[in-house]
Each structure stands twice: as structure tokens, then as C-alpha cells.
Design a protein around this ligand. Structure first.
Ligand code: PLP
Length: 427
């Protein structure tokens, strides 16, 4: 037994973690540096909408693994699927039936997506989608948008949103100029004029790494048309939006069909996974049937695919309606509590994604979103919420993720807590 003196606390774990792990965290967005510093809570367990830290403090969790946990934490069906898959062996280096089942589930839900390759993270998915786009077109240049995050591969760490935006890093050190020489960065919501050197345009169809920025009418359609005009491929990075903003993701929602999709998060039911897919003619460029190499020891992992299948099988149209309804109510509640204390905010809500901006109007791109991020007001709100037991992400450029486990009571309670926290922001 630990003596009371040696009891594990968030602070004691963080002190040790900082000696062993750079910054004490295994992903920079988990640190509290951009919200005034301090000790992150170390999660001991999670169930449904809540997590409990190592000191026994319970938080209503709107981080939900940055969107991976659409059913909340430790959903019984997902846990059972993981246990029974693990009992049969967790990795083989040979194909397993679940890979086919998950590929079919994804393809059935996403119109236009004909073939899928599974990998182990969203970063791998975007990196590999770009490679196959280059292999297919025989071109090198890629286009991305300022503030969109597509994982941490070298060529995509330019104007990259998320943790880089929170830490005010324009780009990452350690990325050679040649790795990003073929990356062109444009402003979100403006259709760039392309030329025949462009292999692909990669975009978050709803941008959720510069806080939440919605596509203006015509933006996604314009990208599709411009790609078609010059023969470039359009890649939708749906690592966040896939299977979250509706049954068929953002492409189905907006009726714009890209050539390639990238998925992650929700499709792994909380286990490490990624996937990219698209038109058969493009995907057929992949090894072993084509010349574009892409691989992974743990790709299509049987435990991760079992979790993903369980998670996706629990979702139907009514789940999304329920989630969207609660998210809308949360958005309205947050707007009201700030307006009651005279603080201008805009709460953007898109299905189950929420963005809170200390602005008068919803931003259309990263520069506009940054005005809210730079105000410092989110840090106050974040800390006041956390102190009262509601966990939002520790970064002004992350979105709020309600899950299917968040009840109406949870939403109401969040709004009550936010009312007190908004009062502190107003001071
Ligand atoms: N693409 C988007 C839109 C993301 O939000 C993320 C991660 O947050 C990624 C790609 C990278 O995914 P992963 O963190 O699984 O590598």
C-alpha cells in the first residue's frame, strides 16, 4: 500500500513525466502550456461522458480523445469486442477477416469510395493519400490550407493549425526546406487557381483544427471544379468529420465527392487506426498491385478493427440526430451565458462539432480565428470550467466534442457551469 505521502497525484506524475517524456506529454495538445501553463490531469479511467483523474476528481469530458470516442468512454459493446478480439491474438502479420468487414462498412457508408487501405493513424492516412495521389498523377505539388491540420508528416507541417497554432509555431523545426518545397498553402474558404503541376489538394471539409471553421457555400464545390480543370486529385481529410458529422461524413453531407478520403479517430472505436480510400483506379496504384509503396506492421490490426466495427455498427441516422440536437442545445446555451454577461462570442455548431469564438462574427479562415485565439479569453474560460469539473481541450484551436454518452442533463449542467465561468471571463 502507498503511504499517504507517496500517493500518486497529478503533480507527482507530471513531475516524473517531465523528466522522462518531453514536456511530460506524448502529444503536445495535451499540455496546458497554451492555456496558462500548469499540471494536466492524468486520467485514471473513463466511462461514458466522464473521466476520473488519478486524484479521484471527475470531469465531464468534451475532449473525448479529440473526437475519437463518439460513444463516450468504454462503451460496453466496444469493450467486449476488444476483449474477445484480443483473446484470439492481437497481431499476426497476415490478413484477418475483420479488415474486410471494416473496409466494407466504410465503403458502404461513403458514396464514391471504392477501395480502402487501413493503417494505424490519421497521420499515416494523409501522408499515404498524398503519396498515392502523386503516384497516380505523376506530379509533385500539393495544396493545403492555412490552419488545417493533417497530422505530423513533414510535407504537411506548413500552416498546420492544432497544436502548432496553440503553441504559436508557424511551422515545425526539423522539417527540411526540401520536404515542404512542394507544399503550397492557401487561405481556407478561397478557391486557389491551380496549374498542371498540382498532384492534389488536401482539405478538411469542415476545418476543426483552427477551432471550427465551416466551408462557405461554393468552397468545396469550387475545389472540386478547379481540381477537375487541371487534373489534380481532391483529398478530403475526414479524420475528424468521418462518421461524426453524419453517416457518410462530410462528403455525403455536402454532396461533393473527392477522389480520396482520409479517416481515423471514430473508425477505430478508441484504438489506433487510420484509413485512406477512394476511386478504384487511384487506389490500384498501391503496392502490391501498383508502384506506390505503403505498408505497416500493425495495419488492419485485429483488435483495432474489432473496436472500429463495434463502434460503427452502433451508429445509425438516429444517433446523429440525437448528437446534433444535444450539440445545438449546448451551442445555444453557451451563447446565452456569454451574452448574459456581456461578452461577445460566436458559437459555431456543425452537427456534433462546436467552436467557441470570442468574436462578433464566425471566422472564415485561420487569420480570423486567430483573433479569438490571441485574445487569451479561452484560457480563462477553460480553467474556470475545469476547476468546476468540465473538461474542454487545453487549446483555443481545438473544438468541443460532445459524445453520444452526453445526456440532456449533462448538457444542462455544462451550461450552468459555463454561466459561472463566463462571469469570470467577463471580469
Ligand atoms: N487529420 C486531421 C483532420 C486531424 O484532426 C488529425 C488529428 O487530430 C490528423 C489528421 C492526424 O491524425 P493522428 O493524430 O491519428 O495521426
Amino acid at each position: 500500500m502507498n503511504s499517504p505521502e507517496s500517493k500518486v497525484t497529478n503533480a507527482s506524475l507530471f513531475d516524473r513525466a517531465c523528466e522522462l517524456i518531453p514536456g511530460g506529454v506524448n502529444s503536445p495538445v495535451r499540455a496546458f502550456r497554451s492555456v496558462g501553463g500548469g499540471t494536466p490531469y492524468f486520467v485514471e479511467s473513463g466511462k461514458g461522458a466522464f473521466v476520473v483523474d488519478v486524484e479521484g476528481r471527475k470531469y465531464l469530458d468534451y475532449v473525448q480523445s479529440y473526437g475519437a470516442s463518439i460513444h463516450g468512454h468504454a462503451h460496453d459493446d466496444v469493450v467486449e469486442a476488444i476483449i474477445s478480439a484480443a483473446r484470439k491474438g492481437s497481431t499476426f502479420g497476415a490478413p484477418t477477416p475483420n479488415e474486410v468487414v471494416l473496409a466494407q462498412l466504410l465503403i458502404d457508408r461513403v458514396p464514391g469510395c471504392e477501395m480502402i487501405r487501413l493503417c494505424s493513424s490519421g497521420t499515416e492516412a494523409t501522408m499515404s493519400a498524398l503519396r498515392v495521389a502523386r503516384g497516380f498523377t505523376g506530379r509533385n505539388k500539393i495544396v493545403k490550407f492555412d490552419g488545417c491540420y493533417h497530422g505530423h508528416s513533414d510535407g504537411l507541417l506548413a500552416g498546420a493549425g492544432s497544436g502548432l497554432a496553440s503553441l504559436s509555431l508557424p511551422d515545425s523545426a526539423g522539417v527540411s526546406p526540401s520536404s515542404i518545397a512542394d507544399t503550397m498553402v492557401f487561405e481556407y474558404n478561397t478557391v486557389p487557381t491551380l496549374d498542371e503541376s498540382v498532384a492534389a489538394v488536401i482539405v478538411e471539409p469542415v476545418a476543426a483544427n483552427m477551432n471550427l471553421v465551416l466551408p462557405v457555400a461554393g468552397f468545396l464545390e469550387g475545389l472540386r471544379a478547379e481540381c477537375d480543370r487541371v487534373g489534380a486529385l481532391l483529398i478530403f481529410d475526414e479524420v475528424i468529420t468521418g462518421f461524426r458529422v453524419g453517416f457518410g461524413g462530410a462528403s455525403k453531407h455536402f454532396g461533393v465527392t473527392p477522389d480520396l478520403w482520409c479517416f481515423g479517430k471514430v473508425i477505430g472505436g478508441g484504438l489506433p487506426i487510420g484509413a485512406f480510400g477512394g476511386r478504384g483506379e487511384v487506389m490500384s496504384k498501391l503496392a502490391p498491385i501498383g508502384p506506390v509503396y505503403q505498408a505497416g506492421t500493425l495495419s488492419g490490426n485485429p483488435v483495432a478493427t474489432a473496436a472500429g466495427i463495434a463502434a460503427l455498427s452502433l451508429l445509425d441516422e438516429s444517433s446523429y440526430l440525437m448528437l446534433a440536437g444535444r450539440s445545438k442545445a449546448l451551442g445555444e446555451g453557451l451563447s446565452k451565458v456569454f451574452s448574459d454577461v456581456g461578452v461577445n462570442v460566436v458559437v459555431s455548431v456543425f452537427e456534433s462539432l462546436l467552436g467557441l469564438f470570442f468574436l462578433d462574427t464566425a471566422p472564415r479562415n485561420y487569420s480570423e480565428s486567430k483573433v479569438s485565439g490571441d485574445s487569451g479569453l479561452y484560457s480563462i474560460f477553460f480553467r474556470e470550467m475545469l476547476r468546476r469539473g468540465v473538461a474542454f481541450a487545453p487549446g483555443a484551436y481545438e473544438v468541443i466534442f460532445p459524445s453520444l454518452a452526453h445526456s440532456w442533463d449533462d448538457i444542462e449542467w455544462t451550461v450552468d457551469i459555463a454561466s459561472a465561468a463566463a462571469g469570470e471571463v467577463a471580469k
